[in-house]
Design a protein around this ligand. Structure first.
Ligand SMILES: Cc1ncc(COP(=O)(O)O)c(C=O)c1O
Length: 496
């Protein structure tokens, strides 16, 4: 840039900073003017994720100026309960004081340092704590910053390990129908969601897709969920009997397919997967990015099946949702495949921010809160308060497919995507922020809630459904801001 260009750039930058209050202007000086037009400025400058930007003029994004526990605070003090924990991340609610204090302390000590050739206490403490959570079954921890990157590590480790064991043909992956594992190219390659992957078909390797188990389908077909799990396992066995020589790993979300429609399945499937993988020399990657850290009631969802995979990916709630962080936990066998005399015998994968001390410190503090406050043991109590607040919601004629696991509730709106969006609008008007997945309405709230808040949450969702059920879909200007009001294709109904 020329010096004139630099000067203009500096002026623009200082104007932007000033408008954002980042130059030290006090809130009193700025008042609401600071936030005025933030949605429009965001539309101009921020390319929002998973969003049709052309729709934002009519349906602007909602500026959030602060957060407090489970509450998001908008302009003018408007509050919404964060009913899906900010894309399933903030397990403890926002700005938990212990995590904030730990971060302050960490900031005063060590901000960031590379993790090759150097190490630091927060990474070591976190790795040790996670390994202990697996009872030593998965003793080695790799670090990254988001869920998709954790998947990339797992996929690369698996195929590379087979290569090092003299089986280079084992480089394909199996995933479940309707799976979602992220949107970087490797993760997208094992994501069976056409709306996200179709456009990138030529860039993706393409996985072998097998239909997994689904409790809702079992109920509709008239058999129980365990039988459904056994049938799905038989499909997997058949696939691997034919193709295991080319398959490195199966990747799946244990017990709950989240973005694939909040579908639950029986733990028996995971026990069968373990045995099938052992029989066919195939790794099992458990993507616990959504299910992990207690969301399904146990720290890892696989604990409910009593089996361990070869790799686990964790992210989202790991840092209490405060900073970007993900990990991939690997078995001793996988780790051993990369030991050798040469640097190139190792697993040469890195990210600049691998194991960032601040993110790791936030995660350690989060794990401490989970343990000290016995948070997971208290999930059934909190879940039952929320359920009591919902009263007769499961019997509402406008819904079907009622389901719940740990701190996840989901159901289908019989009126389809439009009805689910109407529930979203009604909920928002009542102070509850949710974001249905197509026709699936769901709650994934933070864990630390008192009894009145739990009851309010359940009751508010029920009232939103009742309002729609009685045909009084209000909202006007509050139309869905994240799912554009365009005709949905069959795939688009899955967009969260
Ligand atoms: C099961 C699962 N895997 C992977 C991802 C990708 O994580 P990220 O969005 O952090 O890349 C997600 C995100 O929702 C997910 O739910």
């Amino acid at each position: 840039m020329t010096s004139a260009g630099q000067a203009i750039g500096a002026i623009v930058a200082s104007e932007v900073l000033e408008a954002s209050g980042l130059t030290g202007t006090t809130e009193a000086q700025d008042g609401n003017a600071t936030q005025a037009g933030l949605a429009e400025r965001s539309r101009q400058a921020v390319w929002h994720p998973c969003t049709q930007m052309a729709a934002l003029a009519a349906n602007p994004v909602v500026p959030i100026v602060a957060a407090d526990g489970p509450w998001l605070i908008g302009e003018g003090g408007m509050r919404w309960f964060d009913g899906i924990s900010s894309w399933w991340t903030c397990l403890l609610g926002h700005r938990h004081p212990d995590v904030v204090a730990a971060l302050h302390q960490q900031l005063d000590t060590l901000d960031h340092v590379m993790l090759a050739g150097l190490t630091h206490e927060p990474a070591v403490l976190l790795a040790e704590a996670l390994v202990a959570r697996t009872g030593g079954a998965l003793p080695h921890v790799s670090f990254a910053s988001d869920g998709s990157s954790a998947l990339e590590i797992a996929l690369k480790q698996s195929a590379h390990a087979w290569q090092r064991r003299g089986l280079p043909d084992k480089h394909r992956f199996v995933c479940l129908a309707d799976s979602y594992h992220g949107e970087t190219l490797g993760a997208l390659g094992v994501t069976d969601q056409g709306v996200f992957s179709r456009q990138y078909h030529s860039l993706l390797r393409g996985a072998l897709v097998v239909e997994g188990p689904d409790n809702m389908r079992a109920a509709a077909a008239g058999w129980d969920s365990e039988e459904e799990a056994v049938r799905a396992a038989a499909r997997l066995e058949e696939l691997l009997t034919a193709q295991a020589a080319q398959v490195a790993a199966i990747v799946l979300e244990p017990l709950l397919q989240g973005a694939g429609g909040m579908r639950l399945y029986h733990p028996r499937f995971l026990r069968e997967v373990r045995q099938i993988c052992d029989r066919h020399q195939v790794h099992w990657i458990a993507d616990e990015i959504a299910t992990g850290c207690g969301r399904t009631g146990t720290f890892f969802a696989v604990e409910q099946a009593g089996v361990w995979p070869d790799l686990i990916c964790l992210s989202k709630g790991l840092s209490g949702g405060m900073l970007p962080l993900s990990v991939t936990l690997s078995s001793a066998d996988l780790f051993a495949a990369f030991l050798g005399e040469q640097l190139t015998d190792g697993f040469l994968h890195s990210h600049s921010f691998s194991g960032n001390p601040l993110a790791c410190r936030a995660a350690v503090a989060t794990l401490q809160v989970l343990q000290r406050e016995d948070v997971l043991a208290r999930i059934p109590q909190r879940a039952s308060w929320i359920r009591q607040g919902m009263a007769d919601l499961p019997d509402h004629p406008g819904i079907s497919g009622w389901r719940q696991l740990g701190m996840v509730w989901a159901f289908e709106m019989r009126g389809g995507v439009a009805a689910a969006r109407a529930v979203q609008v009604e909920a928002r008007q009542r102070g509850l922020w949710i974001r249905p997945l197509g026709a699936t309405v769901y709650l994934m709230p933070p864990f630390l809630l008192d009894e009145p808040t739990c009851r309010w949450l359940g009751a508010t969702l029920r009232q939103a459904v009742e309002a729609v059920g009685h045909g009084s879909v209000g909202g006007g200007g509050l139309a869905d801001v994240r799912t554009p009001p365009v005709a949905a294709t069959p795939d688009e109904v899955r967009i969260a």
